[in-house]
Design a protein. Structure first.
Length: 436
């Protein structure tokens, strides 16, 4: 089933939120890590300059005074350590490096240059800031390289803490945004739902027009629909009034002619009866509601009960049995008069033709009405003639033909289909199918 426009808009909003929030989370997390790394490099530079200021050579041995060094260089497992190499030979290391499994990297750097990079040793990550220099001691010059090493754990700990805090905030923001979107969805679609419910009530006949109060955008649609409904009702009433006037205008002269002595002549009487029948037929056909834009939902079972009660009285000499298979919720979307005309004609014909049994079966989705009897049936070579326009249907076998033209045209006006075949009971079976 295709999604409604309202639901598609909500899903698009949720999809955008699911795309934007993770993207924003990753961008902020990466920006924080970049800033964290920059701060770490700057702190390592400060420590490096502190070490450079304390380097001296005594008796050919490199020594570093501890007067300005950070306490982390003397605390084991602090995650911060320092190394000095001379031609790739380790000549000094801080006390904090004694328990650290780290070997100073062999960088070839020109004097005065420094390098900040990540190094992995023994499945552990380190950030290393190295600087090369030429250290003058008496008459000798020593090419020294100073390495300030920081464990990645000193960066990952605040990074993980920040990420967890950020994740909690983003989850909270996502929940709040989702609630706001659902609230906005409900608030903005509530008028549409009310309009849809009102239209359904108009369709099933429980109200004549739209009466609710709606926003300006929907108010225009409401007024247009009400104008359409009012115009349709006026045209229908005007049409039926004209037909009623026409019926009276035609029936009165015909009634006068029928009272004349000349009307008793067989030829004239037959023609007057034909004229009367044609007038009734065409008026019933023209006054049919047909497939209106707004269709009322008529319960079928109460109408069937009324017809069955009347037919049982009319054909009481037959010991008529009419079986009905219809639920209380089965409905016909159309005019009650039209449904009464269709069911009445077919049931009357079946009651005339049957021996004693008539069956009515109603199926829904789509609506299908099956009426059959246990009478003699209709010859197969007559089936194709039954519904032909202009045929004298009452000249066929008893009980089948009278009113069938009206039934066929009413069914056609609802875009339905009327079919005739043989019933398992032995008689005729009429099947009417209507589209959903």
């Amino acid at each position: 089933m295709p999604l409604s426009l309202k639901l598609r808009q909500l899903l698009i909003s949720i999809l955008l939120m699911l795309l934007l929030l993770p993207s924003s989370f990753l961008a902020i997390d990466q920006a924080f890590f970049t800033q964290l790394l920059t701060n770490a490099e700057q702190k390592l530079e400060v420590n490096m300059y502190a070490i450079l200021s304390e380097i001296n050579i005594s008796n050919g041995k490199i020594e570093v005074s501890n007067s300005t060094l950070a306490p982390d260089f003397y605390r084991p497992d602090s995650g911060l350590s320092a190394y000095i190499t001379d031609n790739d030979k380790l000549v000094w290391q801080s006390d904090s490096s004694l328990n650290q499994h780290f070997t100073p990297p062999n960088f070839t750097l020109p004097p005065g240059e420094h390098l900040f990079t990540e190094v992995t040793q023994h499945d552990e990550d380190f950030w290393v800031l190295s600087i090369a220099l030429l250290f003058d001691a008496q008459d000798n010059t020593h090419p020294l390289t100073v390495h300030i090493v920081q464990s990645d754990k000193r960066l990952s700990a605040p990074h993980i803490s920040f990420r967890n805090t950020l994740a909690r905030w983003f989850i909270g923001i996502a929940i709040v945004l989702l609630l706001l979107m659902l609230l906005a969805y409900y608030w903005t679609t509530k008028p549409l739902s009310r309009l849809d419910n009102e239209i359904r009530r108009v369709e099933n006949g429980s109200q004549e027009q739209l009466n609710g109060r709606y926003p300006a955008e929907l108010a225009v649609i409401k007024e247009d629909l009400n104008l359409l409904l009012a115009n349709q009702n006026r045209q229908k009433q005007r049409y039926r009034h004209h037909l009623s006037d026409l019926a009276h205008a035609l029936k009165t002269p015909v009634a006068v002619l029928q009272t004349s002595e000349l009307s008793q002549q067989p030829e004239l009487k037959e023609q007057l009866d034909r004229i009367t029948g044609m007038i009734e037929h065409q008026l019933k056909r023209a006054s049919s509601s047909g497939q209106d834009v707004w269709k009322k939902q008529i319960l079928i079972k109460p109408l069937l009960r009324k017809l069955v009660s009347a037919l049982e009285k009319i054909y009481k000499d037959k010991d008529l049995i009419i079986n009905i298979e219809c639920t209380d919720s089965d409905v016909f979307k159309g005019d009650e008069t039209d449904l009464m005309e269709v069911l009445g004609n077919l049931l009357d014909n079946a009651s005339k033709a049957c021996k004693s049994l008539v069956s009515v079966t109603i199926n829904m989705h789509p609506l299908k009405i099956i009426i059959e009897d246990d009478g003699p049936g209709i010859p197969a070579d007559k089936h194709h003639q039954l519904f032909q326009r202009g045929s004298r249907l009452d000249t066929y076998s008893e009980g089948h033909g009278v009113g069938l033209a009206i039934v066929a045209e009413l069914v056609e006006s609802y875009s339905g289909n009327l079919a005739l075949d043989n019933s398992p009971y032995g008689g005729a079976r009429f099947t009417i199918s209507f589209p959903d």
